[in-house]
Design a protein around this ligand. Structure first.
Ligand code: PMP
Length: 446
């Protein structure tokens, strides 16, 4: 009862003083969260909800994991603040554990406060390293909500401030389910999307391009797996033209897709990896730019002219150390991979077969999307690009009534539980979504 009361007070004050992300303030009724544990949240009325929205903050080890909570408490008892220029064991151990997971020549980490600033610093480093200015990024991508990061972003949220950041050029990514290139299959899609990128480089002047930034598995944009050969082809184009390949692993990194990093699904090694969220399960804000020895060498003599007050904050780094160790100890990445291969994937495929409104299901590990359509044959989306069909809200509301919280984006439901969700819980979550999809089926039946 005290938590519920605190939640009510919190809600009233929220409506008076808090301006939420991406929202028309007067039109929203944010869900109150009063408690969370493992894969479950409790809303303002004390109702227990299965949290399938972990893509947002990437609670990879689940809410309030005792080992991570304890590590933060221990660090707080010891040392809460360190200046960015000082050395500290929490920061250096976090950097060591992170680089240990990355390709062999990625050995240095510049810590940031989150994903957007990691991407902006990565681009700035690539520009200084190459002496070039342009950056190529994909439509249907998300790279953050800051000035340049939102311009790198290829989803509709960038449009309001499009072209405000200099030198950003977008290209069409592969999207086999709804190909921009009229491809018949994955092989053709990979070839044509690479041809388009090659043309973009030609037309823009490859020698003016500092970096290509790519989510190996785009997240917010729709969790779509690139066709085999595509990411490798991008790597090859970067090599041909001396372009830095920045992999944005902010959402897909740290186990989400059943690999430590999404780029491991492909035969590539990036030059820079940006990360945030999952690095410490989102318990304390932290992001970073992990760079290879060659880029590091650029700044060995001429200092990198950039820094952040909270770079590698000790509480955030202690949480990262505990998260990564816990993930190793509890075999969470392998578990998520198995869950995706054996439970989530097959069950979503069945669900697709049963529902006329489900056009496509895709993903890996604990990283899945269900794409809804008006017509399975023509693949006409449930709502035009950039819009959300009203029925999506009804589906999520029905899931909530049944104790499950999926994430909704345009015409897709995303299923992103903690990596260590119990099998019986994810099965329950998918069953609830399965029943709620009846609402979409009825809406398209007219
Ligand atoms: N890149 C990707 C791929 C993301 O998914 C996000 C956040 N959803 C960001 C960058 C931005 O991260 P942050 O919100 O921490 O700035």
């Amino acid at each position: 009862p005290e938590l519920i009361e605190a939640g009510r007070r919190g809600y009233e004050l929220d409506r008076q003083h808090v301006f939420h992300s991406w929202s028309a303030q007067e039109k929203i009724t944010p869900m109150t969260v009063i408690d969370a544990q493992g894969s479950w949240l409790w809303d303002g009325e004390g109702q227990r909800l299965l949290d399938l929205t972990c893509q947002l903050i990437y609670t990879n080890v689940g809410h309030r994991h005792p080992k991570v909570v304890e590590a933060i408490k221990e660090q707080a008892d010891r040392l809460c603040t360190i200046a960015p220029q000082h050395a500290n064991d929490a920061r250096s151990e976090a950097a060591r554990l992170i680089t240990e997971l990355l390709p062999q020549d990625i050995n240095h980490v510049f810590f940031t406060n989150g994903g957007a600033d990691a991407n902006e610093h990565a681009v700035r480093m690539a520009r200084l390293h190459t002496g070039r200015h342009k950056v190529l990024s994909a439509y249907r991508s998300y790279h953050g909500g800051r000035h340049m990061a939102i311009n790198l972003t290829g989803d509709p949220r960038r449009i309001a401030s499009d072209r405000a950041a200099d030198g950003v050029v977008h290209f069409l990514p592969p999207y086999t389910y709804r190909s921009y290139f009229g491809s018949a299959d994955e092989k053709q899609e990979a070839e044509r999307a690479l041809g388009h990128l090659r043309d973009t480089l030609l037309l823009e002047g490859a020698s003016s391009v500092a970096a290509i930034i790519l989510e190996a598995i785009p997240g917010t944009a729709g969790i779509y797996m690139p066709p085999p050969g595509y990411v490798e082809g991008v790597r090859q184009l970067c090599d041909e033209h001396g372009i830095v390949l920045i992999m944005d692993e902010v959402m897909a990194g740290f186990g989400r897709s059943g690999r430590w990093f999404a780029h491991e699904h492909f035969d590539v090694e990036p030059d820079i990896v940006t990360f945030a969220k999952g690095v410490n399960s989102g318990y304390v804000p932290l992001g970073g730019v992990a760079m290879d020895d060659e880029i590091y060498a650029t700044f060995a003599q001429d200092p990198y002219p950039g820094g952040l007050t909270y770079s590698g904050h000790p509480l955030a780094c202690a949480a990262a150390v505990a998260t990564i160790r816990t993930m190793h100890e509890e075999g969470m990445v392998e578990y998520a991979r198995r869950l995706g291969d054996q439970v989530i994937g097959p069950r979503l495929e069945e669900l697709k077969d049963r529902h006329p409104s489900v056009g496509d299901v895709r993903g890996a590990g604990a990283f899945w999307a269900i794409e809804l359509v008006k017509d399975k044959d023509t693949r006409e989306p449930l709502a035009p690009y950039g819009q959300t069909a009203p029925v999506m809200g009804e589906i999520v509301a029905e899931c909530r009534r049944q104790g499950v919280l999926p994430f909704m984006n345009m015409n897709r439901l995303h299923i992103c539980p903690p990596l260590n969700i119990l099998e019986e819980d994810i099965v329950f979550g998918i069953e609830v979504i399965d029943r709620a999809l009846r609402i979409a089926d009825e809406s398209i039946a007219g």
